[in-house]
Ligand binder design. Structure first.
Ligand code: PRP
Length: 209
């Protein structure tokens, strides 16, 4: 038998939701659930192997074809881009990209160039380019909400899920940028070379969403 189909999962919440989905299909995910510190886990009987990686790396592994498919958030896809097929919206991991700033702040007022802090500079740049608005984008690695509070930035482009982080830090959404959810991505060559196997698995996934 050929090597198992390799599926890269974004560690954390998307991983858990995907394992739930694989179990719904009827696959035995005991090894993934009891993984300890292991990063490659077999899903016996399905000729499938689960690889646990950081979101950006899921795309890298799938693009290079060392993983045939992957589950990653639309946020990462929008920021990184890349050459792969995006074949399904898995419907979990739902949140959104939004532009936010200090509560009551009139973000669009004034003529000066606005400064935007974000973990997603490409997403932010495209959003403001579409508006024809010149901005200075500053890359931040996490807890982006700090930037307007410390007056480093006029606003942030960040992920909003429940809105709690914004609320508890005196910030509010100015405008939604894009909806986000988990996507199933597939390597373009794998889809040709292992078409029957992959299509069969993709079909099962879609039927169990
Ligand atoms: C994300 C995001 C927000 C928060 C939104 O951060 O960047 O800070 O979650 O969630 P909420 O709307 O439910 O409050 P994450 O927890 O990934 O950490 P980070 O800020 O360090 O990236």
């Amino acid at each position: 038998m050929s090597r198992p189909i390799r599926m890269a999962l974004t560690k954390g919440r998307l991983e858990k939701d995907t394992v739930g989905l694989l179990e719904k299909i009827g696959f035995d995910c005991t090894a993934v659930r009891e993984k300890g510190r292991k990063l490659i886990l077999p899903v016996p009987d399905a000729n499938l192997e689960v690889v646990l990686a950081k979101a950006n790396d899921v795309i890298t592994y799938v693009e290079h074809g060392v993983c045939d498919m992957g589950v990653v958030g639309k946020d990462t896809i929008m920021e990184m881009g890349g050459k792969f097929f995006e074949l399904a919206d898995l419907g979990f991991g739902k949140c959104k990209f939004a532009l936010a700033s200090k509560k009551g702040w009139d973000f669009y007022s004034g003529y000066g160039i606005k400064t935007i802090a974000t973990k997603y500079p490409n997403v932010a740049r495209k959003f403001f380019e579409k508006k024809g608005m010149d901005t200075e984008i500053i890359k931040i690695e996490g807890s982006v909400e700090l930037a307007p509070l410390l007056e480093l930035a006029d606003g942030i482009v960040d992920i909003v899920e429940t809105g709690t982080t914004l609320r508890e830090n005196g910030l509010e959404v100015i405008e939604d940028v894009a909806p986000i959810s988990a996507r199933l991505i597939v390597n373009t060559v794998s889809l040709k070379m292992r078409q029957a196997e992959l299509e069969n698995l993709i079909e099962k996934i879609k039927n169990n969403l």
